[in-house]
Design a protein around this ligand. Structure first.
Ligand code: G6P
Length: 372
C-alpha cells in the first residue's frame, strides 16, 4: 500500500501531487496533423456540432464545480449559451432540451447514477450527449454520443482532486474545439490558449513547492468551527470547491460565495476572527474584477475577519488587507482555477490530518454514488 501511495502518507496527498501529470496527460494528443483539436470518440457529425444552439452541463459534487468553470470558458470562447445543472435536479425539472442541445456530462467514475440518469433522459429528449470522464469503458461514456477522456489516472481518495483539474482542462479543450469548429475567428485564440495550457503543469508543480505556509496554517486551525470562501467569475466555483473539500475532509462548516453576493447577506456572518479565504482574480481580469474583489477583502477585514488571500505573484494590492497571502504563479484569468484551487485542496488535506481524521475515507461518503 505504501508503494501505491508513491511514498506519500495518503492517496489524497499523492493525487494532489499527481496533478501536473493529470493536466499534462489530459492535453496529450489533442491536435491532429493539421493542428486542429480532436475529441476521443465522436459519434456526432461536425455538422451537428456546428449547429449546437445551447449546452447544458450535468454533473454532481466536485464535477459540477468543474462544470461551472466550463460555463465561463465555453461561453467566452464560443458564445454558445451554457447552463450548469446538478444532474439530480436536471432530470426532474422538465428540462428544455432538443436536437440542437448538447448535454455535456462530467464524471470522474462514469458511474454516478444521478449523472447517468440525466444523460439517458437527455438522450430520450433528442439531445446530443457528450461525456467528460476519467474512467475508460464506464457506463456514462458508453451511453454518450461523444467522449472526451480526462487522463488523471485512477483516483482512489474519496475526495476528488486531480480528477477536478483534469475535468477543467478537458472543459477548456471542449470549448476551444467547439470554437474552432464554428469559425476561423476563434482559431488563433484556441492555439494560444492551448499553448498556455501546456505550460500549466509546470506552474502547478512550482506551486506545490510553495505550500509550507498553507500546511502550517492548517495545523494551527484544527479548532476552527467555520470557514468562508469567496471568489468571483471563474474564482467562484473555486471558492465552492474549497468549501466542499473542507466539509468532506475536515467536517468543518464551510461555505463558498460569489464575492459580489457578500453585501447581499453573507457579510452578516463576519465577526472577529472569522477565517475567510478570498480567491482574487488576476489583475488582468476584465471589468475591474480584481479591484472589486480587493475592496471586498478590505470590507471584511474592517469587520474583523481573518483574511487569507489567494493572489497572483506580484499582485501587491492585496497586501494591506490580507492577514495571509498565498501566492499562485501568473496565468491568464480564464485558466487560474487550475492553480487557485491547489492551496485549498492542500489546506483541507492538512486540516483533516491535524484533526486526526481519515483523509482518504471520510465518514459517510462514497467515491462513486451508484444509487439515486
Ligand atoms: C461522490 C464523490 C465526489 C464526486 C461525486 C461525483 O459524491 O464523493 O467526490 O465529486 O460523487 O462523482 P463522479 O464520479 O460522477 O465525478
Amino acid at each position: 500500500a505504501a508503494a501505491e501511495k508513491g511514498g506519500y502518507p495518503t492517496f489524497m496527498e499523492k493525487e494532489i501531487h499527481d496533478q501536473p501529470h493529470a493536466v499534462a496527460d489530459t492535453l496529450l494528443g489533442r491536435t491532429d496533423d493539421a493542428g486542429r483539436l480532436v475529441l476521443d470518440e465522436v459519434r456526432i457529425s461536425e455538422e451537428q456540432l456546428r449547429a449546437v444552439e445551447r449546452i447544458t452541463i450535468v454533473a454532481c459534487g466536485t464535477a459540477a464545480y468543474a462544470g461551472m468553470v466550463a460555463k465561463y470558458a465555453i461561453e467566452h470562447w464560443t458564445r454558445i449559451p451554457v447552463e450548469v445543472s446538478l444532474a439530480h435536479e436536471f432530470r426532474y425539472c422538465d428540462p428544455i432540451v432538443d436536437g440542437t442541445t448538447l448535454v455535456v456530462s462530467i464524471s470522474q467514475s462514469g458511474e454516478t447514477m444521478d449523472t447517468l440518469m440525466a444523460v439517458k433522459h437527455a438522450a430520450e429528449l433528442g439531445a446530443m450527449t457528450l461525456s467528460i470522464c476519467n474512467t475508460h469503458g464506464s457506463t456514462i461514456p458508453r451511453e454518450s454520443d461523444a467522449v472526451l477522456y480526462t487522463h488523471a489516472g485512477p483516483e482512489i481518495a474519496v475526495a476528488s482532486t486531480k480528477a477536478f483539474l483534469a475535468q477543467i482542462t478537458a472543459s477548456y479543450v471542449l470549448g476551444l474545439y467547439l470554437a474552432q469548429l464554428r469559425g476561423e475567428t476563434y482559431a488563433d485564440d484556441a492555439k494560444s490558449v492551448m499553448a498556455e495550457l501546456q505550460g500549466i503543469p509546470d506552474k502547478i508543480d512550482e506551486l506545490l513547492g510553495r505550500m509550507d505556509r498553507v500546511v502550517e496554517m492548517a495545523s494551527f486551525m484544527a479548532d476552527t468551527r467555520s470557514v468562508l470562501f469567496l471568489g468571483r467569475n471563474v474564482g467562484y466555483p473555486v471558492a465552492m470547491e474549497g468549501a466542499l473539500k473542507l466539509k468532506e475532509l475536515a467536517y468543518i462548516h464551510a461555505e463558498g460565495f460569489a464575492a459580489g453576493e457578500l453585501k447581499h447577506g453573507p457579510i452578516a456572518l463576519i465577526d472577529a476572527g472569522q477565517p475567510v479565504f478570498i480567491v482574487v482574480p488576476s489583475p488582468e481580469a476584465p471589468h475591474e474584477l480584481h479591484k472589486k474583489v480587493v475592496s471586498n477583502i478590505q470590507e471584511i477585514r474592517a469587520r474583523g475577519a481573518r483574511t487569507i488571500v489567494i493572489a497572483h505573484d506580484g499582485d501587491d494590492d492585496v497586501e494591506p488587507f490580507a492577514n495571509e497571502v498565498i501566492r499562485i504563479p501568473n496565468c491568464s484569468p480564464m485558466l487560474a482555477p487550475l492553480l487557485a484551487v491547489v492551496p485549498l485542496q492542500v489546506f483541507a488535506l492538512h486540516l483533516s490530518t491535524a484533526k486526526g481524521l481519515d483523509v482518504d475515507q471520510p465518514r459517510n461518503l462514497a467515491k462513486s454514488v451508484t444509487v439515486e
